[in-house]
Design a protein around this ligand. Structure first.
Ligand code: PMP
Length: 358
């Protein structure tokens, strides 16, 4: 008798599909919330010079104090808070939930639709995940959230701020109420902070159960895989134990330090993206059969009749966006486009106009 995956994995895992990343070869890539701007040649030279100090034969510094100091400065992490580093914020979600494995009735909660990895990682780890539907305008259903908190007493609540894939910022007062009412931790996932006008970073000291998660991916460093969690040292000290000691490699540490010293360039790029988001939103608003939603992030969610067909038509014209229609529910007929360069946005709009006129 041969030993098979069926004998090894739980049935839910066998039924899973690996996170799909479609090939974007030769396409205008507007599906993954990346910053579309490459670095100027002089900056690339300076970066490569900086990388000369890397010693690939040695393990990276597990504490990465220089990098943490740069992140603290960049993100305005309050003095009383500590920082936990992750190989992308995905890994931080995994670290947070790993802590709950084996605890009876440890529920994880998030409004939905939201970033899929909260549910996904909870499922891998066999944790109870409670998804509380957003209202049809994509805002938090305050009463439903508070009732679910009381009923399930979650150990962790994730709130993406702004939310992915809807793009909106949830109401601050409702968030405060949820933080106060939750008997566990509330993680404000601020992945899109470079494009939003508000943050919870400076409020960490106000709540003993608030953690704020960030990433450098959307700022313009998606290739590095660097995320971080800011919060009360009492909590982070425990989560540190679940972090693999060398999770942030030498090249990532040096590159992030270098990039954070070039704040002005990233500020220029992100402010350009914020301006182009408004242009894109206005243009989407002019299209019949398209309903677009306000965004505080670097992408826009919109609804179009026959979304599957529109998505395919765009792809045939070399434009890759994200089709959310398969998720169903509130995302029925929804598509998500990342804000690209002005040329990319124009190409997207032209292709979309053609597709909806069909
Ligand atoms: N949080 C949210 C809300 C996201 O949308 C994403 C990426 N799409 C992440 C976290 C993960 O980002 P990363 O792992 O690149 O840091």
């Amino acid at each position: 008798m041969t030993f098979k995956p069926q004998d090894f994995f739980r049935p839910e895992m066998l039924a899973e599909t690996a996170y799909p990343v479609p090939s974007a070869a030769g396409m205008i890539k507007l599906d993954a919330m990346e910053n579309p701007y490459d670095w100027p040649e002089t900056m690339i030279q300076a970066w490569l010079d900086h990388l000369r100090r890397a010693r690939p034969n040695r393990y990276p510094d597990p504490k990465a104090p220089t990098l943490k100091a740069a992140l603290r400065d960049y993100a305005g992490v309050p003095e009383e808070a500590d920082i936990l580093l992750g190989n992308g914020s995905d890994e931080i979600i995994q670290i947070l939930l790993l802590a709950l494995v084996g605890q009876p009735q440890a529920a994880v909660m998030a409004p939905e639709p939201t970033f899929v990895m909260y549910r996904q990682i909870a499922r891998w780890l066999n944790l109870d995940f409670i998804g509380v539907p957003l209202k049809s305008d994509f805002h938090l259903d305050r009463d439903a959230m508070l009732a679910a908190v009381d009923r399930h007493r979650p150990k962790v609540v994730f709130l993406a701020y702004p939310n992915n894939p809807t793009g909106n910022l949830f109401d601050e007062n409702t968030i405060s109420e949820i933080i106060r009412r939750t008997p566990g931790l509330v993680v404000l996932d601020e992945a899109y902070a470079p494009f939003a006008r508000s943050t919870w970073m400076d409020r960490i000291g106000e709540f003993s159960n608030l953690l704020v998660m960030r990433t450098l991916s959307k700022l313009g460093l998606a290739g590095l895989r660097l995320g971080f969690l800011a919060g009360n040292p009492e909590w982070l000290e425990q989560f540190e134990k679940l972090r693999l000691p060398y999770n942030i490699n030498v090249l990532t540490q040096l590159t992030a330090e270098f990039a954070l010293s070039q704040g002005e360039l990233f500020e220029q790029q992100t402010s350009r993206i914020r301006i182009d988001r408004e242009t894109l939103s206005t243009e989407l608003g002019k299209l019949p059969c398209v309903e677009s939603f306000p965004s505080a992030a670097n992408f826009i969610l919109f609804r179009a009749a026959e979304a599957d067909r529109v998505f395919t038509a765009l792809r045939q014209q070399g434009i890759l966006i994200k089709n959310l229609n398969p998720a169903g529910g509130l995302l029925r007929d929804c598509l998500r486009v990342t804000v690209g360069t002005p040329e990319e946005n124009r190409a997207f709009l032209a292709a979309l106009r053609a597709a909806v006129a069909h």
